[in-house]
Design a protein around this ligand. Sequence first.
Ligand SMILES: [Zn+2]
Length: 356
Amino acid sequence: MAKERRRAVLELLQRPGNARCADCGAPDPDWASYTLGVFICLSCSGIHRNIPQVSKVKSVRLDAWEEAQVEFMASHGNDAARDAYESKVPPFYYRPTSSDCQLLREQWIRAKYERLEFTHPEKQEPYSAGYREGSLWKRGRDNGQFLSRKFVLTEREGSLKYFNRNDAKEPKAVMKIEHLNATFQPAKIGHPHGLQITYLKDNSTRNIFVYHEDGKVAFPGASDADLVPKLSRNYLKEGYMEKTGPKQTEGFRKRWFTMDDRRLMYFKDPLDAFARGEVFIGSRESGYTVLDGLPPSTQGHHWPHGITIVTPERRFLLACETESEQRAWMEAFRKVVDRPMLPQEYAVEAHFKHKP
Ligand SMILES: [Zn+2]
């Protein structure tokens, strides 16, 4: 009997909706929350275990299953749970993937099942509905010194602002949440809570680097653990490559590259405030291609593993230090080239074409 029940649960994993973890999308989940009726991966099951008042977990393969539990799983499952628990996810909310850290996934899981924020928007934490203010240590653009700055997040306006003085009337910068990306970068910033915020200013990309001190809360009532899931997307890839200029006779220079969806930005230093330049990478249908290697006549690169990005306007020549880096970049570029462009991406492309 126990065997039959286990087989029945295993069969439920064959349903298309149950083929991926309900919370992070990892393939082939073999754990389940038998109180929520979802199939989840081992890693997310550890997070569920921390909220026993909401979720009780079992291994599909190792634990014993009761008849009623099997029936519950059969009548619920990941598709039904998505309809129930994710019906009102705010458009700017970051949905974690299986490669994200525990912190991001835990915020998502708690918001979804414990606080029911996406079922009843009125349960969203106060700042989700409006306004939140606090201090972060921000790295000075020129001297690299960290100074305390007031930050204000207003979701009604869809913006994050910061002020150079607490009593300043005008913000130093206004960052639109839709154009903003925040990622934890502890190594780059040299602080365990280091956060890189990338945003658009006058249509070019700017970086700011912030952290808040351990134990100190940046935004009243919430730490950056709450803030980041609302603001962050993953960069597809980051790292050093060499590039040459538009004439392709200038010699190659080492630059720090960041790939944020279709925007490839480069910086002289990973901690620079301004991108030196940006390349928009559209789709194959629109005339973009990524080629393995450099044209045979290319000279002046120190690194041996070349990549050529062809856009309708010009070619961009890049070189990577190792073959594995080259492969990783090629994969990131191909991911966006292979994907058809969305209507709004044509507008972004048009802006890049008209850039001086
Ligand atoms: Zn998972």
